[in-house]
Design a protein around this ligand. Sequence first.
Ligand SMILES: CC(=O)N[C@@H](CCC[C@H](N)C(=O)O)C(=O)O
Length: 386
Amino acid sequence: MTLLNKEDLIHIRRHLHEYPELAMHEFKTHDYLLETIQSMNQDHLEVREIPELPTALLVYVAGANPQRTIGYRTDIDALPVTEQTGLPFSSKISGIMHACGHDIHMTVALGVLSWFSEHQPSDNLIFFFQPAEESENGGKVAYELGVFEGKWRPDEFYGLHDNPGLPAGAIGCRMGTLFAGTTEVNVDLIGKSGHAAYPQNANDMVVAAAEFIDQVQTIVSRSVNPIEGGVITFGKLEAGTIRNVIAGNARIEGTIRGLTQKMIEHIVGRLKMVANGVATSYGAEVNIDFNQGGYLPVENNDDLTKRFIDFAKQDPDTQFVETEPAMTGEDFGYLLSKIPGTMFWLGVDDDSQLHSATFNPKESSIEKGVESITKFLEYRMKNETN
Ligand SMILES: CC(=O)N[C@@H](CCC[C@H](N)C(=O)O)C(=O)O
């Protein structure tokens, strides 16, 4: 196998879909990607492993007459979601699913790489297969390890995310902020456990957690400018062990989103106030920790993004959609804060949302994505000016 055709791409996507792995544990995914890359024409390729980030892979495609080095990033991790699509190629790994479409992202990247392995580009290209987008910010980890130094530093960086709300294969983008910044938040409420029959001798953290979650709902509705917007979602709540023991501890895990750092900091400040206030009023202790890591707002570079949008609008084979900013997060935001570039959407047309157990992106988006991105990179490489 050298150039991957449509059937190869579908086969690859389905294999990746069947064997999803969580952030920083993408070992089989890494091996499968490596095997696929090694089956391509190696004349202009150099594959690089990163011992400190063992599930990552980088591929350098040497340009014939390089004016610049262009980076293309794809994420490779999956989510702790139990698949309910009923597809014949459903996840074979219990409780884990490619529910955010990173199987599609990887397949598109392999398709584009395969093309350039057979058709040497004029500029250098770097493909970054990045672990841990959903958590643990693999992009930031890689950057801080010094992965993008020397010849491995792209002058500009591109990456996509799939979007079930756009037609399959359409390219969506916008100038400025594409995605929100996010901060993970964990709240531990500590009271006192006891017998269910004697609440007067205990300090019930189920009740305190309920009060906390209730009060948090006022932060966005009452202290955030509706035009700017923000999100606080608690996706996980744990308290207690059995019905007849009062829970002495509660843990609440969530995520905060805002389109600017200022908004994220505002929400973080309000959340601390609510948590401390509830803890005081319940005579409880509270520990709150926030972790933003690399999930900065995804800020598209003006010049590069204008060029990208100009291409997408004039290319007869690309359906371009100008999109609104989204409250999804992405640690590509960190890489774009260090290296200019553009993030964009690839439409995959599905009724189910990202992160849902029934998410089933249309596979026809893969071939269209490969075509549009390959054409864009060729268009970019023909452009002599920076
Ligand atoms: C595209 C997407 O869905 N990305 C994730 C990024 C996770 C950010 C971080 N772990 C957090 O939850 O704050 C998202 O949930 O938006």
